[in-house]
Write a protein that binds this ligand. Structure first.
Ligand SMILES: [Zn+2]
Length: 482
């Protein structure tokens, strides 16, 4: 059985064969740090995280590089979001990017997204980007005009091979800025001349300026992974022009192929439409985490295929929360039994076979272009069997319980990041729950006796220690407040 992936470069499912046996170099386009990350970022980076986790689970040694775009780049509108943000918040641009870089990692840590091995910052790799521009000039793929340097798309026949667009099509729907000295409207900036009021600027052979956005990813991926390298990931919305330009720069500069497999995550919509601040449907990761467990957000994302578009709705998140609760309560019950078990024994033969089968089916799903939805279906079906076993009262020895727990640890946690150890404290388990339920009952009695003062006191005293009561149609539930 071999891992097969959908490669955007060839638009085909292909067997994954890394350049060097046992090793994988993986680069993923990181965030531009001018604001808090939103749930669209969660979709991309949780998807990439599970790809990384699965490769490591298969035994590959992966070097995972993800950049931080902390140098502003010009949008089609001519606006530079980092400089704009810095002006808005009256900060140095480097102060702004520091704040949002920290915020990004806080969010990713909360979502239990594995940290990259290297997080290169664009601002820390200006010499490498200048070097790339010099190489492109020397090989006749770029030209200087008025202190800026542009890539000549006509000089590189491979331009368009990832996005499958011809140069003429590339201009459709793109607002073309009037840039003095640009020879072809599709040419893109490798280096932009900057006036003194542009605070983020550096000296170069072409005067003061700053690199074009695409330059950083080419320069930093190849610096840390070599060229060619195995996997280039990110969000599919960067396919064009960003990823296309990365390829053109890298391949024109060296004559060597760039990334071998392009794995791109589909976009996230909110209520069916693209998220945007002006539409008021913009949800930050921090806002989502106030309402849903990190594992619920992960499960919601992994219930879809990473390449597919995903719609963020309350109902989908609620359903994912319920799913996580089922998973966690099964594992909690299993671990309680395991702690209490005293007969070591051998793994039961029938269960050993069943576990091997579940692992194999989970692997088959994941091997087919990381079909996490299929893998989750296997895990949830298995969880029903585990619940039935635990509820049956049948005696199960310690070795069997440990083997079942081992499967949850490998597949549920190592690969999917859904079952942390220790499990999050949750309503509905253990002594804590029994005690809170007792207080809920006493409060209910007080209310029946119209002793509102006592009922309110129970609620507010619980709130003081971080336990929130929520009255609903099915009675009172409790949760831990933040
Ligand atoms: Zn990039």
């Amino acid at each position: 059985m071999a891992l097969r992936v959908y490669n955007y470069l060839t638009r085909q499912i292909e067997e994954f064969i890394p350049l060097h046996e046992g090793w994988v170099g993986m680069y993923v386009c990181g965030p531009t740090v001018y604001d808090h990350a939103h749930i669209g970022h969660a979709k991309t980076y949780v998807s990439m995280d599970v790809i990384l986790r699965y490769l490591r689970y298969l035994g590959y040694r992966v070097r995972y590089v993800q950049n931080i775009t902390d140098v502003g780049h010009l949008l089609d509108t001519g606006e530079d979001r980092i400089l704009k943000g810095a002006a808005r918040e009256r900060m140095e641009p480097m102060e702004l990017v520091e704040i949002y870089t920290r915020s990004y990692f806080e969010d990713m840590d909360a979502l239990r997204v594995t940290r990259p091995d290297i997080s290169p910052r664009a601002s820390g790799h200006i010499p490498e980007q200048i070097e790339l521009v010099k190489q492109l000039l020397a090989r006749g793929h770029a030209y200087e005009a008025d202190g800026s340097v542009y890539f000549s798309v006509e000089s590189f026949p491979g331009y368009g091979k990832l996005s499958r667009r011809r140069v003429e099509e590339q201009l459709e729907g793109v607002r073309v800025e009037v840039e003095p000295g640009k020879r072809h409207p599709a040419d893109f900036a490798l280096w932009k001349r900057a006036e003194p009021e542009h605070i983020m600027r550096w000296p170069s052979p072409w005067g003061w300026g700053f690199p074009g956005w695409h330059a950083e990813c080419t320069a930093m991926s190849t610096k840390y992974l070599g060229q060619p390298f195995d996997i280039h990931g990110g969000g599919v919305d960067n396919l064009f022009p960003h990823n296309e330009c990365e390829i053109a720069q890298a391949e024109a500069a060296t004559g060597q192929p760039f990334a071998r497999y392009w794995l791109l995550a589909g976009t996230l919509t909110v209520g069916g439409v693209k998220m945007s601040k002006s539409l008021g449907n913009f949800v930050t990761i921090k806002q989502a985490l106030e309402r849903f467990r990190p594992e619920a957000i992960r499960l919601f994302i992994l219930n879809g295929h990473y390449r597919s578009r995903l719609d963020f709705t309350e109902e989908a998140l609620e359903a994912a929360s319920g799913g996580v609760e089922r998973l966690h309560s099964a594992v909690a019950a299993l671990r309680d039994r395991l702690r209490a078990a005293d007969d070591r024994g051998e793994v039961d033969t029938a269960w050993a076979e069943r576990l091997a089968e579940v692992r194999a089916r989970f692997g088959q799903a994941m091997d087919e272009d990381f079909n996490t939805a299929g893998a989750l279906a296997v895990l949830f079906e298995f969880t029903r069997e585990v619940n039935a076993l635990l509820a049956s009262g049948a005696s199960v020895n310690q070795a069997t319980l440990a083997a079942i727990d081992g499967l949850y640890r490998d597949l549920g946690e190592t690969v999917l990041g859904l079952i942390p150890d220790p499990l999050p404290r949750q309503a509905g388990a253990g002594l804590e729950d029994a005690l809170v339920r007792l207080l809920i009952e006493l409060r209910q009695e007080a209310r029946q006796q119209k002793d509102w003062a006592r009922a309110d006191a129970i609620r507010s005293r619980l709130a003081e220690i971080g336990i929130i009561l929520e009255d609903g149609p099915e009675g009172t539930r409790w949760r831990l407040g933040r």
